[in-house]
Design a protein around this ligand. Structure first.
Ligand SMILES: CC(C)(COP(=O)(O)OP(=O)(O)OC[C@H]1O[C@@H](n2cnc3c(N)ncnc32)[C@H](O)[C@@H]1OP(=O)(O)O)[C@@H](O)C(=O)NCCC(=O)NCCS
Length: 244
């Protein structure tokens, strides 16, 4: 490790490639030269760079060095306000027996992320990545997962599970929505809104002051959903991947 770059152990192991990340959001030409030298020494296969859109020099440097633009990272936040309690019985807490159905949904609905748009990661591996994130959240006692249910067969599925939302904390006052996903057949029916509303109620009752969520620039449905529920854009970043 040197101060600008860090190898990502988890990503490297998961993708079976040596993956590293640039730790700062701006680069000078001197830093870039150091980064490329370090990557060569460390035999890095793929380097992630989350660049601020405000620094055109960094964008130009990255582009000239062969970094490929893969996504716009959009972080939204919501300042917690008391929520009227929903009596909707469509949403409930996660049970262990839901996991297989949730994994199936997670394997199918994340086609617009930076990993999916980077052709060097196989679709199968990317699908497994989201399943893995979901499993980790479901198994983490510090996370809370809510599930949207439907009548069996109502949305064309066989298990009565329509979708999920995962909730965690960055610190005791800052909540974070991790993964949100609805089965293809259950989208556009108001269940995403109900899941986000349930997460908001949960964070309010848990004493959070702020809730954050990250989505993709390409994901207009998710952005509109969060905006509808009172979230506002807080930070934008440009994701680049460079393969060696
Ligand atoms: C994004 C997603 C969670 C939305 O859930 P949903 O149940 O389909 O959305 P809802 O029916 O509850 O709609 C709620 C709001 O979302 C927005 N929305 C939902 N689908 C939309 C679409 N296809 N186009 C534009 N806006 C859309 C709208 O603002 C809508 O509110 P409005 O109708 O009052 O304007 C769902 O489509 C999904 O699972 N997509 C794939 C996975 C994903 O992208 N997850 C989020 C990753 S951060």
């Amino acid at each position: 490790m040197f101060e600008i770059c860090r190898q990502l152990e988890w990503d490297s192991q998961f993708f079976e490639q040596r993956i590293a990340r640039i730790e700062c959001e701006r680069l000078t030409s001197t830093q870039l030269a150091q980064v490329l030298k370090w990557c060569e020494e460390q035999r890095i296969d793929c380097l992630y760079f989350l660049c601020t859109p405000e620094d055109n020099d960094s964008v130009l440097l990255a582009e000239r060095a062969g970094f490929h633009f893969v996504d716009i990272r959009i972080e939204l936040n919501w300042n917690v306000e008391p929520q009227s309690l929903s009596l909707d019985t469509t949403i409930r807490e996660f049970h262990e027996s839901d996991l297989a159905a949730l994994r199936k949904i997670a394997s199918q609905v994340y086609g617009n992320t930076r990993f999916s748009y980077d052709n060097r990661f196989s679709a199968d591996r990317v699908s497994k990545l989201y399943q893995e994130w979901l499993i980790q959240s479901c198994q983490n006692p510090l996370h809370k997962v809510f599930v949207a249910t439907c009548e069996i067969g109502e949305h064309g599925d066989e298990d009565g599970i329509a979708g999920f939302i995962t909730c965690q904390f960055d610190d005791p006052e800052i909540g974070r929505i991790g993964l949100l996903g609805l089965d293809d057949n259950a989208q556009g029916k108001g269940l995403g809104r109900l899941l986000v509303q349930t997460a908001q109620q949960f964070f309010n009752s848990a004493g959070a002051h702020e809730v954050r969520v990250v989505t993709q620039g390409r994901n207009i449905p998710a952005q509109r959903l969060y905006q509808r529920r009172g979230f506002r854009t807080q930070k934008v970043g440009l994701w680049y991947h460079k393969w060696f």
